[in-house]
Design a protein around this ligand. Structure first.
Ligand SMILES: [Zn+2]
Length: 273
């Protein structure tokens, strides 16, 4: 019997309303293709209770049928209008109560039109400080702002590193993140032929630095552009990764999943086969 895939979706917004009505089915399908664990990043304080409830509800589910869900909590730079000063105190309380495995999704997005760079930077810095204080890894969303984020990370020296989700920087920036204890997340974007620079990175960075993700319901793969993305597509991201790299899908799955577990402080799995 072929050994079962060992996959981890390191970034999936399963709490979003886009999954209402078919969330259970999406989870069953994901587990069937080998996705064993999924990390859910929080984006606004309004979303946190729902996300935490979802993870709690699922924790009693049969792990042969359903993936395990893990919560992260943070304030996303693309939703600045939803964040208020009191949310930072709420975040601190929840982190102190050990309700999250990581602080995220946080970061800088200078790609969105009229980005309020100063507010974004202030919010990121405050959340990075909380990650340091509670000894937690961080999940970063960074667009057109890698140098600014790296500068902040160097200054704050986080104890645990984290994951740069949907990595879009240069090879040099990737190496600096790695030196700072970060893993780099790759998802559906590598399935597009035109993404030559990204595909080159996915092919050449050390496997020890990579994690797989979907960012579902966003970032659909090239072959499924018409429908919302879903966690089971991690298996398809893996297939693309295996065509790009001189390594077997089995080895890539095992190592990238353990990379995610390692950075999040979860138990790693033994090699398959
Ligand atoms: Zn996200």
């Amino acid at each position: 019997m072929a050994s079962e895939p060992d996959l981890f979706d390191s970034h999936c917004h399963l709490d979003f309303e886009a999954f209402d009505g078919w969330r259970d089915q999406a989870l069953l399908e994901a587990r069937r293709v080998g996705i064993r664990q999924i990390l859910l990043p929080g984006v606004t304080a309004q979303h946190w209770p729902r996300l935490l409830q979802l993870c709690r509800d699922q924790s009693a589910a049969d792990t042969a049928l359903y993936p395990q869900l893990y919560p992260a909590l943070g304030m996303h730079p693309c939703f600045m209008a939803h964040h208020f000063p009191e949310h930072l105190a709420l975040l601190q309380q929840r982190l102190a109560a050990r309700e999250a495995l990581a602080v995220g999704e946080i970061g800088l997005d200078f790609f969105i039109p009229n980005a309020d760079r100063e507010s974004q930077q202030a919010l990121l810095e405050q959340q990075l400080q909380l990650a340091r204080r509670f000894d937690l890894p961080v999940l970063l969303h960074v667009r057109k702002a890698h140098d600014q984020v790296l500068k902040m990370l160097r200054r704050l020296a986080l104890p645990r590193g984290g994951i740069v989700h949907a990595f879009s920087g240069s090879e040099q920036q990737a190496r600096i993140y790695m030196d700072l204890g970060f893993k780099l997340g790759f998802g559906g974007a590598i399935s597009y032929d035109r993404a030559t620079r990204l595909r080159h990175l996915a092919a050449n960075l050390p496997l020890e630095a990579l994690v797989l993700e979907t960012d579902a319901p966003d970032m659909p793969l090239a072959d499924w552009r018409a429908e919302p993305n879903r966690p089971q597509r991690v298996a398809d991201v893996l297939a693309v990764m295996a065509t790009l790299r001189a390594e077997t899908a089995e080895r890539i799955a095992h190592q990238t999943s353990n990379n995610a577990r390692e950075v999040l402080g979860l138990e790693c799995n033994a090699p398959v086969g």
